[in-house]
Design a protein around this ligand. Structure first.
Ligand code: HEC
Length: 105
């Protein structure tokens, strides 16, 4: 029985060149920015820029408990006096505007 000693070679590289910490692209923020722009153009007319306007019975978005999935569904298909945005916005745009609407609290 030979005890095998698996020694991991600890090669410490000279840290002359520290890798630059690349800043991660702010994907989420970019999405929210896009969502905000869409909201201002498409939704603010009824919901107001802060989501509270309530034109034509539009619900106060700051008080909505609807989650992202529900909002995406509602914006896609419309409900009552709220129009469907299926033909107006791409699924990605609907995702973005739904995500933005969730920040109105
Ligand atoms: C023509 C006016 C109008 C526009 C434009 C509009 N909405 Fe609405 N929205 C409504 C009305 C009215 C309701 C209430 C629907 C109902 O329950 O009958 C509503 C409801 C909602 C709700 C559900 C709130 C809740 O919890 O009950 C969400 C979320 C919402 N709107 C998001 C949006 C977003 C996002 C946009 C832009 C893409 C948008 N709306 C554009 C009128 C509008």
């Amino acid at each position: 029985m030979l005890p095998l000693l698996l020694a991991t070679a600890c090669t410490s590289a000279p840290d002359s060149t520290a890798p630059p910490t690349a800043a991660a692209p702010p994907t989420a923020d970019a999405g929210l920015e896009a969502g905000k722009a869409i909201f201002t153009q498409r939704c603010a007319v009824c919901h107001g820029p802060d989501g509270k306007k309530g034109l034509n019975g539009a619900h106060d978005l700051t008080k909505s408990n609807l989650n992202a999935t529900g909002r995406v569904y509602l914006v896609t298909n419309g409900l009552g006096l709220m129009p469907s945005f299926k033909t107006e916005l791409t699924p990605a745009e609907i995702d973005a505007v739904a995500a933005y609407s969730l920040t109105l609290r």
